[in-house]
Design a protein around this ligand. Structure first.
Ligand SMILES: *[C@@H]1O[C@H](CO)[C@@H](O)[C@H](O)[C@H]1NC(C)=O
Ligand SMILES: *[C@@H]1O[C@H](CO)[C@@H](O)[C@H](O)[C@H]1NC(C)=O
Ligand SMILES: *[C@@H]1O[C@H](CO)[C@@H](O)[C@H](O)[C@H]1NC(C)=O
Ligand SMILES: *[C@@H]1O[C@H](CO)[C@@H](O)[C@H](O)[C@H]1NC(C)=O
Length: 440
C-alpha cells in the first residue's frame, strides 16, 4: 500500500512537485516542473478560458470536466438568487415596490360593481340600500408608491380557479372580503351556472361552468372556541382551546388557495382564556394568557396546519392583517365622543396608525412569519385601511335587533365602525390579493 498523499487539500500537481515518482528520469522531472511553472504563470488565462465557457456556442468542444464544474457553480448561484416560482404566478411585482404603501386616489371609473348588481352582499353591508346618502367612499383607488397595481381581471381569476377551490377562513371581516370577491367575479357566470349555499360554518359559492368553488369558513379564532356557532356566537366570556386547529382545519383540506384572517375576536381588552383540555371536560382546565401570547399560539397552530396540509408546489396561502376600527374620533383629532358616524372623508395624515394594540399584534405576526419556512403571502392591509374612517357601514345596515328611541336619538351610539360597505374598501383588499397571487 502506498502512503497517503502528503496533503489532501493540495492538487495533484503540487503532490507531484513534492514527491516525484522514483522511476522518472531527472529530465522528465525538469520537464514536469517546467510545465507546472508555465501553468501557474498562465493560470489566470486558463481560468479566463474556463469562465468564458458559457458564452461559447453549445456544440463547440470544451474540456468536459471544467464545463461541468463551472456549470454546477453557475446553477448553484442561480438557485441562491432565484426563488422557485410560486403556483398561480404569471409575473412579478418589482422587487422595490411595496404594494401596501401608497395613497388613495380619486377614480371616476369606480366602483368596480354596483351594490344592486350583486345579490350576494349580506344586508349588514348594503349601505346604499340602508340609506347612506353620499357615495364618495366607493371611488377611491389604492395607488402604491413604487408601482401600479395590475387591473383586477375577473376572467383571469376565474380561469385560474377552473377545477379548483378557494377558501376564506376567519371572522366576519374575512366574510366581507369573501363576498367582495364573489361580487367581482359573479357577473361573468350565467345565472343558472352559479349558486351559493350555506352548511353550518361553511358557505360555498359554486361556479358550475368552471367547476370552481369559492368558500367561506367561519372560525373567528381559527382554533376551536366557544364562539364557533356560525349564527349565535355573541358570547361575552370567550374561550379558545389550545392545539385545536384540526377541529376546523379538517374542513379546509384540499383547497388550492386559502385566505386566513383572525384579529378582532382576540381584542377583549382582558387576558385571553385558554382551554387546555376539552370543552366537554367536567372539570375545565383553563389558563389565562396575554392577548399577544394567545394570538401567537394561534398563529403558530395555523402555520403548523399549513405545513402539514398545504403543498407549496400547488397551493397558495394568504394571511390578511388586522382590519382597523374607527370607534373613537379623538384618535384622528375629531370631537370627543364621536366615532365613524357621519364621516365622509378619509384621514389625510400618512403616519396615522390608530390604536396601539394593533402595533403589538403586528409585531407578533412579523415575528411568527419571519420564522416560517413556508411561503405565506401576507396582505398587509392595516395601514391603508386605517385611513378609511369613511368606508364603514356605520348606521347604514340591517340591524340585528330593533333600535330603541334613545339609540335613534343618538345615531353614533349604534354606528358600526368595524365592518365595511360593499362595494368599497374590501374590493381593494382583493385587488391586492389578485396582485400578489399572479405577480408575487
Ligand atoms: C384578462 O385575462 C384574460 C385571460 O387571461 C385575457 O385573455 C385578457 O386579455 C385579460 N384582459 C385584460 C383587460 O387584461
Ligand atoms: C372539479 O374540481 C374538483 C376539485 O375541486 C376535481 O376534483 C374534479 O376532478 C373536477 N371535475 C371535473 C369534471 O373537472
Ligand atoms: C355631519 O357632519 C357635517 C359636516 O361634516 C355636519 O355639518 C353635521 O352637523 C354632522 N351631522 C351630525 C348629525 O353630526
Ligand atoms: C405592515 O405595514 C406596516 C405599515 O405599513 C408596517 O409597520 C408593518 O411592519 C408591516 N407588517 C409586517 C408584518 O410586515
Amino acid at each position: 500500500m502506498k502512503p497517503p498523499l502528503p496533503s489532501s487539500s493540495s492538487s495533484t500537481t503540487s503532490s507531484v512537485l513534492r514527491k516525484p515518482p522514483r522511476q522518472l528520469s531527472p529530465y522528465l522531472f525538469s520537464l514536469i516542473v517546467f510545465i507546472v511553472f508555465v501553468a501557474i504563470l498562465y493560470g489566470e488565462d486558463v481560468m479566463c478560458i474556463f469562465s468564458q465557457q458559457p458564452q461559447l456556442p453549445p456544440d463547440s468542444a470544451r474540456p468536459s470536466a471544467a464545463t461541468a464544474f463551472w456549470g454546477e457553480e453557475k446553477r448553484r448561484n442561480e438557485k441562491k438568487k432565484k426563488k422557485p416560482k410560486l403556483p398561480f404566478a404569471v409575473g412579478k411585482t418589482e422587487e422595490s415596490c411595496d404594494v401596501f404603501s401608497g395613497r388613495w386616489v380619486w377614480d371616476e371609473s369606480r366602483p368596480l360593481y354596483e351594490e344592486s348588481e350583486c345579490p350576494y352582499i349580506q344586508p349588514q353591508l348594503t349601505c346604499l340600500e340602508h340609506g347612506r346618502p353620499e357615495k364618495k367612499f366607493r371611488n377611491w383607488r389604492w395607488q402604491p408608491n413604487g408601482c401600479d397595481l395590475p387591473r383586477f381581471n375577473a376572467t383571469m381569476m376565474l380561469e385560474s380557479l377552473r377545477g379548483k377551490r378557494m377558501m376564506y377562513v376567519g371572522d366576519s371581516l374575512n366574510r366581507g372580503q369573501y363576498v367582495s370577491m364573489i361580487c367581482l367575479l359573479h357577473s361573468l357566470i350565467p345565472e343558472d351556472e352559479k349558486s351559493m349555499e350555506t352548511f353550518g360554518s361553511l358557505t360555498v359559492f359554486t361556479a358550475k361552468n368552471y367547476n370552481a368553488t369559492i368558500e367561506f369558513y367561519w372560525a373567528p379564532f381559527l382554533l376551536e372556541s366557544n364562539s364557533d356557532d356560525a349564527v349565535i356566537h355573541r358570547v361575552s366570556d370567550r374561550i379558545v382551546r389550545k392545539g385545536s386547529v384540526n377541529k376546523h382545519g379538517k374542513h379546509w383540506k384540499g383547497v388550492d388557495i386559502i385566505v386566513f384572517n383572525t384579529y378582532l375576536w382576540w381584542m377583549t381588552g382582558l387576558k385571553m382564556k385558554i382551554m387546555l383540555g376539552s370543552f366537554n371536560d367536567e372539570v375545565k382546565d383553563i389558563i389565562e394568557l396575554s392577548t399577544e401570547d394567545a394570538y401567537r399560539m394561534a398563529m403558530k397552530s395555523m402555520l403548523r396546519w399549513v405545513r402539514i396540509n398545504m403543498d407549496p408546489k400547488k397551493t397558495r396561502v394568504f394571511f390578511t392583517s388586522m382590519s382597523p376600527t374607527h370607534a373613537k374620533s379623538i384618535d384622528w383629532g375629531g370631537e370627543p365622543g364621536g366615532n365613524c358616524y357621519n364621516e365622509t372623508t378619509m384621514i389625510e395624515d400618512p403616519t396615522y396608525w390608530g390604536s396601539d394594540s394593533r402595533k403589538s399584534i403586528m409585531q407578533v405576526i412579523g415575528e411568527v412569519f419571519s420564522k416560517s419556512k413556508r411561503p405565506i403571502t401576507f396582505l398587509n392591509i392595516t395601514q391603508l385601511s386605517s385611513y378609511r374612517k369613511d368606508a364603514h357601514t356605520s348606521i347604514y345596515k340591517k340591524q340585528w335587533s330593533p333600535l330603541t328611541p334613545e339609540q335613534l336619538a343618538n345615531p353614533s351610539s349604534y354606528a358600526d365602525c368595524v365592518h365595511w360597505c360593499l362595494p368599497g374598501l374590501q374590493d381593494t383588499w382583493n385587488e391586492l390579493l389578485f396582485a400578489k397571487l399572479f405577480y408575487p
